[in-house]
Write a protein of this length. Structure first.
Length: 235
């Protein structure tokens, strides 16, 4: 995996490069002190991953990403001293968000997450950011079991907990990773990795059994698309 490190502090870049030397399958192809240098390095070296600071002189890390064409945008792990940017970072589909000083174990977890996303062939968002008057919640996409519409609200079931979020399911669906989720009903979406089996019903619908035993009805409208997705994953 080809990596570019972007940070205006030389010692911070050197520390990350030193930590990355522990990984023989990672090559640091650029070390950049600002967004302008990084943009040129990305065009030349075509990295798979950016370890990207946010608060830098000139353009910020976010502004750098805005200038990159979608087809040239690598995975991004933000490395910063500021916790306040976390919600915005996950809205731009960051793979992870690490606070300085970065521990070797934290870096390893972030790299493992990027490796897993590359193997899956998906650069989709790793997190779903939910904001309301009570603050911001960040849910890993992989933690979500299924979602259901409730008027202008959505019920998000994740790891045994139901989160009530004020946003219509149709709008929320646009922020889900399409490689992970499939609509099975006009008011229901499921994480494909949670499906244990599909059981036919007498009325022509089908019922999904999830790994935790949850049963969800699948309407005929979305049955063929679901079966095709499951067949593709098993193949």
């Amino acid at each position: 995996m080809r990596v570019i490190v972007v940070d205006d502090v030389l010692l911070a870049r050197q520390r990350l490069e030193r930590l990355l030397r522990a990984y023989p399958d990672i090559q640091v192809v650029g070390s950049c002190p600002d967004a302008g240098t990084a943009e040129a390095s990305i065009a030349e070296n075509k990295p798979d991953l950016l370890l990207l600071d946010i608060d830098m002189p000139g353009r910020s890390g976010f502004e750098l990403l805005e200038r990159l064409p979608a087809e040239r945008r690598p995975f991004v792990v933000f490395t910063t001293a500021h916790a306040r940017f976390a919600a915005r970072a996950f809205r731009v589909h960051a793979a992870d968000y690490l606070l300085k000083p970065i521990a070797p174990a934290e870096l390893r977890e972030a790299l493992d997450r990027v490796w897993a996303a590359r193997r899956a062939g998906s650069a989709g968002p790793a997190y779903l950011v939910l904001g309301d008057r009570e603050g911001t919640k960040v849910l890993a996409m992989s933690s979500i079991d299924w979602l259901e519409a409730a008027g202008n609200y959505a019920c998000i079931c994740a790891n045994g907990t139901t989160h009530i979020h004020r946003e219509p399911l149709a709008r929320l669906e646009l922020r889900l990773d399409p490689a992970q989720f499939q609509r099975i009903h006009r008011s229901r979406i499921v994480n494909l990795s949670r499906i244990s089996r599909l059981v036919p019903m007498v009325n022509g619908d089908q019922r999904l059994i999830l790994n935790d035993g949850t049963e969800l009805n699948v309407s005929r409208t979305w049955r063929e698309a679901l079966v095709a997705r499951l067949a593709a994953r098993s193949g």
